[in-house]
Unconditional design. Structure first.
Length: 173
């Protein structure tokens, strides 16, 4: 059970993930979380740095789909100006939205990475669906109400994994 919470890869922020490193692995698509992964959960729009990062992916032929558990208004108003497909109320860790994202991009499981800041939704969901998962540090220190609860559970899981010696914070290349 616990192994599902272990990310395949760990980076500090999305900007540590480069098109080159993805291409090396044959990655053609990114399924990314929005809140506290791409920007702070309470920031309505993308930052110039993020716009640049997304463009570098596009130029490299790597597609991006935003898959968020947040509501339509939040996700649509963030993603639309960027011209990026999105799935809102995704109900991660459930599998449906992940499968839908693969369909949108017309890519195979092996050609995708899942990026997110939460073990309980992004990482657990991605691992359960046999996708390569990358955990990032949350962009903001603060969280919305439900996320605060998830963090509490997360800390317990991390503690348990550490005890079992299963927590490896080194980046996997
Ligand atoms: Mg998040």
């Amino acid at each position: 059970m616990y192994r599902y919470f272990i990310p395949r890869q760990y980076v500090k922020e999305v900007f540590d993930i480069t098109p080159e490193s993805l291409k090396e692995k044959g990655v053609l698509g990114i399924i990314t979380d929005l809140d506290n992964t791409l920007v702070e959960w309470d920031r309505p729009e993308a930052t110039p740095r993020l716009i640049e990062w997304l463009k570098s992916m596009k130029d490299a032929g790597i597609q991006v789909v935003i898959v968020s558990n947040n509501n339509e208004m939040r996700v649509k108003s963030f993603a639309d100006p960027l011209g990026i497909p999105f799935i809102y109320q995704a109900r991660k860790p459930m599998g449906k939205a992940f499968r839908k994202a693969l369909k949108i991009m017309s890519v195979k499981r092996e050609q995708v990475v899942v990026i997110g800041d939460q073990m309980l939704t992004d990482i657990f969901g991605g691992n359960r669906n046999k996708l390569h998962t990358i955990l990032v540090l949350p962009v903001a220190q603060s969280d919305g109400f439900f996320t605060r609860f998830n963090r509490m559970v997360e800390r317990r899981i991390m503690k348990r994994l550490k005890e079992k010696g299963q927590l490896m914070w080194e980046e996997e290349n």
